[in-house]
Design a binder for this molecule. Structure first.
Ligand code: ATP
Length: 326
């Protein structure tokens, strides 16, 4: 048992929602109760901690949620938590509610706020990575990424049917402002001709090569996946249209549908493992860490590292995409 008091934990989801967050909430709740720790569910992320939107959870409160997308706790972006006054209010809530530690489920921003809060008030906090972008350093996968990837592949498969029938060149925009993991891996999985990702400027030059060698010669269909942060599909299509006005070019922006839907088995299992690990980490007196998974083993990653470092795109995966798109 932990040396510091761990009678009650608070759990919240923050930042963008991701499929599998509910599975994580369920795992955190049940693992805590299993260890005789009470659970207070905090609604609307840090906002709910400030304005005290809190409800005690028992095991039944997380029944029948593992298969649902989104988050039953709701999520929010909270400007007030960026201020010292806001964080003071959040701490006051923790004290008055008797919450000894927090489990926060979210992304980079959520952990940045958690790190500052933990430092200011000496609060034990453990993070669980929940974001479809998979852009967090220190973990092979984030909760929601696998589901979003599968959703994109399903959409691109459908787009290919019309692309092929009409001999069109399609630019499909997927989420990922700073990271191209969704774009690159969905391009491989859907057999797209190219992926434009923010990590590689050269991928734009390779697009010309694709047009010259592929689409122009065979006038077959082509699909190019563009990460949001890779320049945007509309801009890319405009550029190619100006150069090759004879081509039938279309743009499809997948948008928010990439976030929704029932989580994949992979994400449910990942979230369940991470939720249990978060409680075990708190019992083990770990604090200011993110739970990660590396080579199928659970790891504890200090917030400082998870926030500071960029997750590297694997050269070998980029290579696979290029070899297979000839
Ligand atoms: P996603 O990757 O899905 O966007 P995220 O966790 O990175 O998720 P953000 O909106 O960046 O999402 O951050 C979530 C919340 O964390 C913010 O609304 C804010 O309340 C808090 N936060 C972010 N950065 C800071 C900071 N520097 N100081 C205090 N709180 C912060």
């Amino acid at each position: 048992m932990s040396k510091y008091a761990l009678n009650c934990i608070g759990v919240l989801t923050s930042g963008g929602d991701a499929p599998g967050m509910n599975a994580a909430i369920r795992a955190v709740t049940r693992a805590a109760i299993y260890n005789n720790i009470r659970v207070k569910a905090i609604f609307r992320g840090y906002q709910g901690l400030i304005s005290r939107e809190i409800q005690e959870f028992n095991t039944q409160d997380v029944s029948n949620i593992i298969h649902h997308g989104g988050t039953i706790l709701k999520t929010a972006r909270c400007e007030e938590f960026r201020t010292a006054e806001g964080r003071q209010k959040a701490y006051d809530t923790m004290v008055s509610e008797g919450i000894d530690a927090l489990v926060v489920i979210g992304g980079d921003g959520t952990f940045t706020g958690a790190r500052i809060f933990a430092q200011e008030f000496n609060v034990p906090i453990v993070g669980i990575p929940g974001t479809i972008d998979n852009d967090l350093y220190g973990t092979d996968s984030t909760i929601g990424y696998d589901t979003a990837l599968n959703t994109i592949v399903e959409c691109v498969d459908k787009i290919r049917d019309t692309a092929t029938s009409h001999e069109r060149l399609f630019f499909v925009e997927v989420m990922g402002r700073g990271a191209g993991f969704l774009a690159l891996n969905s391009a491989i999985a859907a057999g797209a001709e190219a992926a434009i990702i923010p990590e590689r400027e050269t991928s734009v030059a390779q697009l010309d090569e694709l047009i010259l060698n592929g689409f122009r010669k065979s006038k077959n269909s082509s699909i190019v996946i563009v990460a949001e942060g890779g320049g945007g599909a509309q801009a890319m299509a405009g550029r190619i249209h100006a150069q090759y006005p004879e081509y039938d070019i279309r743009v499809s922006i997948l948008g928010h549908l990439q976030r929704g839907g029932s989580p994949s088995a992979f994400d449910r299992i990942l979230a369940s493992r991470m939720g249990v690990a978060a409680i075990e980490a708190l019992l083990d007196e770990q604090r200011s860490i993110m739970i990660g998974i590396v080579n199928d083993e659970i790891v504890n990653v200090p917030f400082t590292k998870a926030i500071k470092y960029d997750k590297q795109m694997s050269d070998s995966v980029i290579n696979v995409s290029q070899i297979l798109s000839i």
